[in-house]
Structure formats: C-alpha cells, structure tokens
Design a protein around this ligand. Structure first.
Ligand code: SF4
Ligand code: SF4
Ligand code: F3S
Length: 376
C-alpha cells in the first residue's frame, strides 16, 4: 500500500513538486474563484479513483496547488475520434478544466483553433518551449506499412511524427486500444500495418490507457497523479495503470451474483435477460477483460455496456476484434464446465493466461476465426 511519504519529494521536474516555472495552479484557480476546499474535494475524488489511501488527498491537493501547468502535446494518428469524444464527456474533471486548469494542451488538431501552417508552427513552438518536460498523448494506431503513408498530418506520416515528438517527451500516454495495442485498425488482415505506440517507442515511459473508447476518468486520474507527484502511477505488465486495470470486469460486475448462482440469460429477450441475469452464455468477455468501466462507468457513472444489457466485448484487450464472435461464450457454450472449474476466477487473478486459455478452448471447439497474426 502506498502512503503519503511515497508520494512526496523529488519530481519529474527535478526539484520541489512541479517546479517547472510559471504561475502555480493554486494561484490560477484562486483567481478563478476556485478555493482550497474545491481543490481538496477534487483530490479526494482522484485519490479514491486511483485507489490511494484516503489520507493522501490533502498532500495531493497541496501538490496540485504548488504545481505548474504541464504541457501536453496530443497527436491523433489512425483513429476514429471516439477517444477524444469520450474525453470531452469526462465528468470529473471536465475537459475544460483539464485544458484550462491542470494541463496546457498545446497541440491537439481537432480541438485547436489554429489550422494548417499555423497549427504546425504551434507544434514546433510547444516542443521547443517544453523540451524534455511535455507529456505526449496519442490516440489512434500508427500505420507502418509503406513508410506509414496511410495516415499523414501536414504531409508528414504519423510514424515520422511520433518518432520526432516522442524523442523530447517526458512520458507518453497511449489513449485508447488503438494507440495502446493497435486496436481495430490492426484487425485482420491489418492492411496498413497498424501497431501501437509501445511497438515503436522503446526508450520512454509509456502508460497504456486502453478501451474502445477508454474510460475518460482513467486519463484524468493518470494526469492528476502525474501532476501531483511528478511520476507515473504503478503499471501492470501491459503498462496499464494498476489502479484501473488490476481487476477484470467480471470481478467488479454487478451481475456476478447471478453468475455464481448459475443464472444465465439464454437470449437477449428471455426472462433471464429481463431479470438481469449473467450474460456469459451470450458472449460476455468480462472474465478475460481488464478495465475500470464496471466501477467508474460512463456519463458521470450512469451506465456501462453490461448494465445496458449487452455483454462485454473485451474492447480494452489486445486484438479484441479478432478474438472470435462477440456472441460466442468463452466456454464455447454453456457456462457450467467453466464455472465448475473456477476458470473465470483464475483468469481474473492471472489475466495473462486468459488469451492462451481462450485460444485452447476455441481450438478444442474448432473455432475457425482467422488468426490476427496470419498474413495474407
Ligand atoms: Fe476509435 Fe476505439 Fe481506436 Fe479510440 S480506440 S480511436 S474509439 S477505434
Ligand atoms: Fe458480468 Fe459478464 Fe461476468 Fe456475467 S460473465 S458476471 S455479465 S462480467
Ligand atoms: Fe469495453 Fe467491456 Fe467495458 S466492451 S466498455 S471493457 S464492459
């Protein structure tokens, strides 16, 4: 368990918390009428979502008050804008707060007013002014085939831009399953040679925030942690923040009691579905999927796919698009054998084994879906 002492001291800026020059967040917020109490409430909410001990919130609030706005350069590659759309709907804090209060979003092609040559100059200026200190956020996968010609900005390939901009970044946030693992553009037969950021950048800290789209509060939490403590939160073996991706959907699902009782909906409109029974036999991939949506949900905690009556499709896991039908059970049929063997619980603990396990079950059942690694 981390405590307040773990989070004090040296920062990414090399001195007192976020002493990178410029006005402090505390004075900026005060000028806008946001007092210490509001900042503390925000810190309590962030500490809670990051699974930090409650006692750390005052330190987090104090560090935020002392912090300077961190420059963030956001590069959109081969994407659908869904990741940015979801961030625009983040409830706590809103994107407006993130942009105007906690970070300085110096370059984001979709949101910025500048266009064309002015936008490219903004990018160059932001890099020069914050060399070695800016965060690089990326949504979308990076096409590598044919020198990356399939996605260009200002005439330059995303591939070339990523290598250039990553070189002077403090750390990289890969936002969404596309940026983290290649996502839908990487789906078989992957015509553009799409890959995730971690396949191309090997000398910078990377945080993967997968999800298609990702839960926006996860990005808010990672940014708040980095700004407060000058370093990245603890990550799992896929570079995902442990606080948000340490458990499976199944571990946190409100339908879990029905799973444990063996009560499964057999179709989307049967009595079991109406009673809110478990969706395992309708293809739910919750037992093999790590994400925070079952607890944080979307739209200010309103709902998430399973609550809306559809099974999880595993959208935050690598190669989810090629992992078989969204409507086929992980067990290849009835949940009985899977449940009796305690497989879902084991998968929840040892997430890395999930893909191999599912592959074995599919092989046993003669699943003929194409291997995503198969080249035409
Ligand atoms: Fe769109 Fe999903 Fe890729 Fe985000 S992860 S850019 S929502 S396809
Ligand atoms: Fe929830 Fe899906 Fe697990 Fe059922 S199988 S308890 S619906 S996550
Ligand atoms: Fe995605 Fe499954 Fe959550 S489909 S949104 S990880 S419930």
């Amino acid at each position: 368990m981390q405590d307040a002492q773990d989070h004090g001291g040296e920062t990414a800026c090399g001195g007192e918390t976020q002493a990178c020059g410029g006005e402090t967040l505390g004075s900026m917020l005060a000028a806008r009428g946001v007092g210490r109490r509001s900042l503390l409430k925000f810190a309590i909410a962030m500490a809670s979502s990051l699974a930090l001990p409650p006692g750390i919130a005052p330190l987090m609030a104090a560090n935020l008050a002392k912090a300077k706005r961190r420059s963030v350069i956001w590069l959109s590659c081969q994407e659908c804008t869904g990741c940015l759309e979801t961030l625009l709907r983040s409830a706590s804090p809103t994107i407006d707060q993130l942009i105007f209060d906690f970070i300085s979003l110096d370059y984001q092609e979709t949101l910025m007013a500048a266009a064309g040559a002015a936008a490219e100059k903004t990018l160059r200026d932001a890099i020069a002014a914050n060399k070695g200190e800016y965060l690089l956020a990326i949504d979308g996968s990076i096409p590598t085939k044919d020198s990356g010609v399939y996605s260009l900005t200002g005439g330059r390939s995303n591939l070339a831009m990523l290598k250039d901009i990553a070189a002077d970044a403090k750390a990289i946030l890969a936002v969404g399953t596309c940026a983290a693992f290649g996502g839908i553009p990487k789906a078989f037969p992957n015509p553009t040679g799409a890959v995730g950021v971690e396949d191309l950048v090997h000398d910078k800290p990377i945080v993967n925030i997968p999800g298609c789209p990702p839960v926006p509060e996860v990005l808010s939490g990672v940014l708040a942690y980095f700004i407060s403590f000058g370093r990245l939160p603890d990550l799992d073996d896929r570079k995902r923040p442990l606080a948000y991706f340490g458990a499976t959907i199944h571990d946190q699902c409100y339908r879990r009691a029905f799973y444990d009782q063996g009560k499964f909906a057999k179709s989307f409109d049967d009595e079991g579905a109406r009673q809110g029974w478990c969706l395992f036999e309708l293809g739910c991939k919750g037992p093999t999927t790590h994400n925070a949506c079952a607890s944080l949900k979307w739209n200010n905690g309103t709902s998430f796919p399973i609550q809306s009556g559809h099974g999880c499709i595993g959208c935050s896991e690598p190669d989810f698009w090629d992992a078989g039908s969204f409507y086929s059970s992980l067990a290849g049929g009835s949940a009985t054998g899977w449940r009796n063997a305690g497989i879902a619980a084991a998968v929840g603990v040892a997430g890395g084994a999930a893909a191999a396990l599912v592959a074995r079950i599919k092989a046993r059942d003669g699943d003929s879906h194409p291997d995503p690694e198969d080249k035409p």
